[in-house]
Ligand binder design. Structure first.
Ligand code: TXA
Ligand code: MG
Length: 351
């Protein structure tokens, strides 16, 4: 075990990692741990003071509710008023896994955990370390992504060290996370299920189990908008942002390559350092700028696994502008494009 600015960094060879971190949670402290999606920053979800520390450490606005992690379906009854039929269908198929369910909360869940809402978001993660920790402490654990508010979510323990080292009690290093984008969030509070955030489980997969699923108007507006001027003010908050400015170019692959080449040449001529996040298919096309390859257009799971790590990698390379290739909106592409549009602050060019 290493200590960085007072934060204990455990790895999987530390035999005490789970028991020590479980004690930290029981005592009201903060532990960052890997899940199958991204690293989470955990606290006892039923302890308002502990949860408050999450908001302070991340610099997170108090009205942004947290996701509560459980180790088994049996923990759900304690947290929610009623368990609709859809929960069984969804949990049978997708839990453990990257799906978060929004349900009516019970009194026992403090307001701070749910950002003052009368609903709670719950998920059962598919990662050995997360499940070992949850089983050991026997607590529901509130855990947003373990980044500073506004930054890309962490997919490596090193990302958590960079953002939160010295601000939290401990981090468990479980290597790179698999899915790379966060869980899908679906509300079961109204009559019709509503997709609130696209993520690791695709819209298509949800409809296979539930039939019709509504898409939240904010998510829809984002997909359809040409640029940020068309969006509601609440959607303009900085999110998933690396230090450089980001421009997203969407459209047909070959046209994207031409547009990005042109933009890169223009910015380079003005004296800016330019980074390019390219798909494998187009990567050889670029002859200027610092090129990072996200993965193939035919393997969106690879692109999603690499996405946040590559966005962060440009922080160390000193680029001023990152030009990113858009991909398909289908399957995992819906979550990837949702994160990229936010990272770009809705500076989107369609070609
Ligand atoms: O994959 C994930 O979901 C990761 C890992 C750590 O589990 N967690 C995560 O948490 O992404 P966070 O805090 O970064 O995102 C939580 C999302 C936010 O979009 C929030 O608005 C939504 O879940 N959310 C939480 N509670 C909600 C509620 N009661 N109603 C509607 N949305 C809610
Ligand atoms: Mg987050």
């Amino acid at each position: 075990m290493e200590v960085i600015k007072g934060t204990r960094l455990f790895n999987l060879d530390d035999r005490n990692a789970i028991s020590e971190c479980s004690s930290i949670l029981t005592d009201g402290g903060l532990v960052a741990f890997p899940t199958e999606t991204v690293y989470g920053l955990g606290a006892n979800a039923l302890d308002a003071e502990a949860v408050n520390k999450i908001f302070t450490a991340k610099g997170r606005p108090a009205d942004n509710p947290l996701i509560v992690h459980i180790a088994s379906l049996s923990q759900l009854d304690k947290l929610v008023l009623k368990v609709p039929n859809q929960v069984k269908l969804l949990s049978d198929r997708f839990w453990p896994g990257p799906l978060t369910l929004v349900l009516k909360k019970k009194e026992i869940v403090p307001d701070i955990t749910t950002g003052g809402l009368d609903t709670i978001a719950v998920r059962l993660p598919d990662h050995k370390v997360a499940l070992d920790l949850l089983n050991r402490c026997q607590l529901p654990v509130a855990a947003p992504s373990a980044n500073l508010s506004g930054r890309p979510s962490p997919t490596l323990a090193q990302h958590v060290v960079t953002d939160l080292g010295g601000r939290i009690e401990a981090i468990i290093d479980g290597g790179q996370t698999g899915v790379g984008v966060e869980s899908t969030v679906i509300s079961l509070v109204e009559d019709r299920p509503t997709l609130l955030r696209p993520g690791g489980i695709t819209y298509q997969e949800l409809t296979e189990v539930l039939g019709e699923v509504d898409i939240d108007s904010a998510v829809k507006a984002e997909l359809e908008s040409e640029n940020k001027s068309a969006l509601a003010p609440g959607m303009k908050y900085k999110h998933y942002s690396p230090e450089a400015d980001v421009i997203l170019v969407e459209g047909e692959a070959e046209r994207i390559a031409h547009k990005i080449t042109k933009l890169a040449d223009e910015y380079l001529a003005e004296g800016y350092q330019v980074g390019i996040m390219a798909t494998e298919e187009n990567s050889n096309f670029y002859t200027a700028g610092q090129v990072q390859v996200m993965g193939s257009r035919d393997k969106l799971s690879v692109i999603s696994a690499n996405l946040f790590r590559l966005l962060r990698s440009f922080d160390d390379s000193g680029v001023d502008i990152i030009l990113i290739e858009g991909v398909s909106n289908q399957g995992l592409g819906l979550a990837i494009m949702n994160r990229l549009r936010k990272a770009a602050g809705y500076q989107v060019i369609r070609v």
